[in-house]
Ligand binder design. Structure first.
Ligand SMILES: [Zn+2]
Ligand SMILES: [Zn+2]
Length: 250
């Protein structure tokens, strides 16, 4: 599978965008960056969007993606997540006040909500996608995405998630984990309070995965990325920091 990174920053700066990833040109993982990282053809080629949680750095461009797809007459984008995430999007984003309800506007509407049952594999195009609850300051789900014999996992924003790592351990197709690491170890207390990972917390969690995995690091806080890298080296961990606009074979 090919993973294109649209944004990998915990918050936006003049040069860095927030979470958004495209798998094989079809499946969007989080929508913090969509329009800012894709041209209109790429945007309308998306078939589904999987949302980890409703924090704005993960959903803020979904309204604009809907707008472009409506204007270009693209088929509905399946916006997939467990119902509690979709309820937040409906109540607080596509509510006719902050933005039009693009699940009801247009014929067909540019977005179609696809509620997922946590733990169950859902077919999204040719992908099988499974949502696993993780601990964060709001409801949040990590995802395991497989296509044929290939697979990857995405931690979402998480402070802890034993069930997620156990699901990774149980799925031999998963060889790569796209893992958030927001803060350096020096700010471990802050990471715990805000339910995020830092290198030592990720190092501990990986024991639960029971096998070596390729770790792609994302969601680093601006200004802290170099220190996070030093922490990983001190721990003896080989990781790759994903770069915006780069594509990775996973
Ligand atoms: Zn985030
Ligand atoms: Zn978050």
């Amino acid at each position: 599978m090919r993973l294109k990174v649209l944004g990998a920053s915990a918050w936006p700066t003049a040069t860095r965008r927030t979470s958004g990833f495209v798998v094989d040109g079809e499946l969007l993982l989080d929508a913090g960056t969509v329009n800012s990282g894709l041209d209109a053809e790429e945007l309308t080629a998306l078939r589904s969007a999987v949302i980890s949680h409703a924090h704005v750095d993960h959903v803020k461009e979904l309204p604009f993606a809907a707008q472009v797809r409506l204007e270009r007459g693209a088929p509905p984008l399946a916006c997939a997540a467990p119902a509690e995430i979709l309820d937040i999007l409906r109540t607080h984003l596509f509510n006719g006040a902050l933005w039009p309800d693009f699940t009801a506007l247009g014929d067909p509407p540019p977005i179609r909500f696809h509620p997922m049952t946590p733990g169950e594999a859902h077919s999204l195009g040719s992908f099988a996608v499974r949502a696993i609850p993780v601990r964060h300051s709001v409801p949040s789900y990590g995802y395991i995405v497989t296509r044929g014999r290939q697979g990857m996992a995405y931690t979402a924003d998480m402070g802890a998630g034993a069930a997620f790592w156990e699901a990774v351990a149980a799925n031999a197709a998963v060889s790569t984990v796209l893992a958030e690491c927001t803060f350096p170890d020096r700010l471990r207390d802050l990471a715990e309070r805000t339910a995020h990972l830092c290198p030592s917390r990720l190092h501990e969690a990986l024991d639960l995965a029971m096998r070596p995995l390729r770790i792609l690091v994302t969601h680093t806080a601006p200004g802290h990325t170099e220190e996070i890298g030093r922490d990983f080296r001190r721990l003896g961990m080989r990781v790759e920091f994903v770069e915006q606009d780069h594509t990775y074979e996973v």
